[in-house]
Design a protein around this ligand. Structure first.
Ligand code: AMP
Ligand code: ZN
Length: 303
């Protein structure tokens, strides 16, 4: 994940973009004051890469800075950079990822000894659970939007079609819902219905729309998911049970609950549903493993 900061100092203006995964900081000189990385002059409007150990000079050689990456201290520095869905388990490790930051340190001002106004800039990367807030703003993820909601493709789809409907209004989770949100939820449902109607396979595959009782991602989101569950991202029991047991709360039920009770409550023990034995959602037969289950459900969907 990238970190981004514009860094001002008394005598110059530069933009620093930390590429945390790649281990360098991109330095762009915005102002006129000469900036260099080691001996390489950046030049106004230009960008160069700065690695740990190199020195950034703002205003000729007057203000030297170094860059330091504080990385995952758990020792889980994964060289395999393939995109992978973050998990709850990552939450613990992420405590250190949260502190992963590019820190720009000033060294003692060698010439005048005078303090530099901006001596340190910390740039924190967002927690994975906030990822939907980024994705909903990303045009390449958006498939529909209006003045109240946006629909994005799920980044780790658990079926051939898997969209998320999110309101622009900031509502963290089901718990924050009140009666006044009923209209919004109905609109989200209508948009979801329209997505399904417009799907070329809607005649042959069933869809369900609902909320995870205990979501892992922040910002309320309505899942619209085809029931083929044909996806390499569906990897484990937790994934399966979150969409095929009462852990998945149908949109209509959530709206009804909000209308009658003024809030949404999740039954005690709901998290235990994720541990249930795997069961086919069509014929309800128990199947021992995910690969066997995937093979089994193909028989229901082969034409
Ligand atoms: P949940 O919070 O359990 O209701 O599910 C969150 C959903 O968001 C999952 O289906 C993930 O595959 C999906 N997801 C996770 N991170 C992102 C992201 N950055 N952008 C889009 N979808 C995501
Ligand atoms: Zn079956």
């Amino acid at each position: 994940m990238d970190c981004f900061a514009i860094f001002f100092c008394r005598s110059g203006k530069i933009e620093l973009k930390a590429e945390c995964n790649k281990g360098y900081v991109k330095v762009k000189q915005l102002g006129l004051n000469p900036t260099s990385v080691d001996s390489a002059v950046v030049g106004k409007g230009n960008e160069v890469k700065m690695k740990p150990g190199q020195h950034l000079h703002v205003v000729n050689q007057l203000y030297p800075y170094t860059v330091q990456f504080k990385e995952d201290l758990t020792g889980n520095d994964k060289r395999d950079r393939r995109p992978r869905e973050p998990t709850e388990e990552d939450g613990e490790k992420q405590k250190s990822t949260l502190t992963m930051k590019a820190t720009i340190h000033t060294e003692k001002d060698a010439v005048s000894g005078s303090p530099v106004e901006a001596t340190k800039t910390n740039v924190s990367v967002g927690h994975w659970s906030q990822g939907l807030k980024t994705s909903m703003q990303d045009p390449s993820m958006q498939v529909y939007k209006d003045d109240r909601v946006v629909v994005i493709t799920d980044k780790y789809p658990k079926a051939r079609y898997h969209w998320l409907v999110l309101p622009w209004q900031s509502i963290p989770s089901l718990k924050a819902l009140r009666e006044e949100h009923c209209d919004l939820l109905k609109h989200m449902q209508q948009v979801a219905d329209r997505m399904v109607q417009q799907c070329p396979d809607s005649g042959s595959v069933r869809f369900r729309m609902g909320y995870h009782a205990i979501p892992s991602m922040s910002h309320i989101h309505l899942h619209v998911i085809s029931q083929d569950f044909d996806s390499p991202c569906l990897k484990n029991k937790k994934h399966w049970n979150s969409f095929t047991t009462d852990y998945f709360m149908p949109s209509h039920d959530v709206i009804r609950m909000l209308e009658t009770d003024g809030r949404v409550t999740v039954k005690e023990g709901t998290s235990e549903l994720l541990k249930l034995h795997l069961r086919c959602h069509v014929c309800h037969r128990e199947i021992p493993t995910i690969p066997a289950l995937k093979e089994h459900i193909k028989s229901h969907f082969s034409k």
